[in-house]
Design a protein. Structure first.
Lengths: 218, 218
DNA sequence: GTCTATAACAGGATAGAC
DNA sequence: GTCTATCCTGTTATAGAC
């Protein structure tokens, strides 16, 4: 949770050189975009010659895929954990669901807050993850799209639960879930550590906005 | 308002060749991004040789700037018009404002609906306008940022008015305005004409969501 | 205004020494 | 595993004929 984001997301990557390359690539891609970034730039940031890059990654695109994959996995994990009921959730007979501890409202609030925090704290990674997908090759792109669908489904599930229990009042669940996702994702585009709000403050504000969007009766 | 967006935004551009280049560039930039687009590609789409491009635009970046400028001007105009009171708005003594015809709630709804519609209907242009700014040179970038601030201020103004009249209940006006902008802008990222909703349906949904975010008492 | 041809150069990826 | 040197392709932008 450093403010000068050195992004611990890739802390566990094995050869030290590979990790440095990943970190350099994330920064370069976030600043300039994938296509405007040269392999010389990436290698330079990692303190290596351009050639050394190819020992660890077959192409520049593979580097992007690695970043995208790990980034998406992290953000899905953050969302999944936060969206869980604190106790267990059991399905009741007719398809409606009973909550044991956390109702849908706190689950939604926790999910949005955590997801937004992740996008703000890791805005460098998140920017690459969210806005450079088009540069992936077809196969890698499909892999990532599958991960993205998971996030959407998780969020939609929380909204569905809340409507079923009467906590939420939503006309268009799918559309609202998409809108809440939009809101969270867009944080990566504009967030700056120099801005007037901390990641957690934005998370708290957005959690409140999401509850309002869900028609939560305060 | 064609579904197969041929984007009338640039209909008035004077030499026919210049307009075709602009249109080709918008499509190419939206599909591949600025840096991944070649001048050959743009010229090809306009039915010209690469060299002909430089008669009409000094550089590829100038083409992007032109698109960005016109696009921003259009979207600001759309937002401004929609956010106006239908009658005149007069300031009352203490800084609070009286509405004559349209209250703040319908103004917010109209503004969001129109802004979202624009981003959906012109999603090709909008994508370039919103996501390729980083490729502009410093001077051009500043020009565009000034236009963007205008949009934010317009939206914030509507929220402030609504809070002053008691129509809205907002703790953090600036943050909420930013969030509503986010929501609208992000439409350009994911909208597809093949999707299940029309631009106007999305606009209507988002207008409702914005009212909820603003704490409008229905 | 548009074309063909080309200058001038940058960038991804590899070869081969160490 | 890393370096230096380099290949080779593709790119922006210009020159000069029509």
């Amino acid at each position: 949770m450093t403010t000068v984001e050195t992004d611990e997301s890739f802390g566990g990557v094995t050869p030290d050189a590979a990790r440095r390359l990943l970190l350099g690539a994330v920064q370069a891609f976030a600043e300039r975009g994938f296509h405007a970034t040269t392999t010389r730039d990436i290698a330079g940031r990692a303190g290596m010659s351009p050639a050394a890059l190819y020992i660890h990654y077959k192409t520049k695109e593979e580097l992007l895929f690695h970043i995208s994959r790990v980034g998406h996995e992290r953000s899905v994990a953050v969302l999944t954990e936060a969206a869980q009921s604190t106790g267990a959730t059991r399905r009741a007979g007719g398809g409606a669901r009973e909550e044991s501890t956390g109702g849908s409202a706190p689950r939604l609030a926790r999910a949005v807050r955590a997801f937004v925090r992740w996008h703000a704290e890791h805005h460098t990674t998140a920017r690459v993850v969210q806005y450079e997908l088009a540069a992936l090759d077809a196969e890698h792109y499909e892999h990532i799209v599958a991960l993205r669908r998971r996030s959407e489904e998780i969020l939609r599930g929380v909204l569905e639960d809340g409507v079923a229990t009467g906590e939420f009042d939503i006309a268009d669940i799918r559309g609202t879930a998409l809108a809440v996702m939009s809101l969270c994702i867009d944080v990566a585009r504009w967030f700056s550590p120099e801005g007037r709000r901390t990641p957690d403050e934005i998370g708290a504000l957005y959690a409140d906005l999401a509850l309002r969007m869900a028609g939560h009766r305060a």
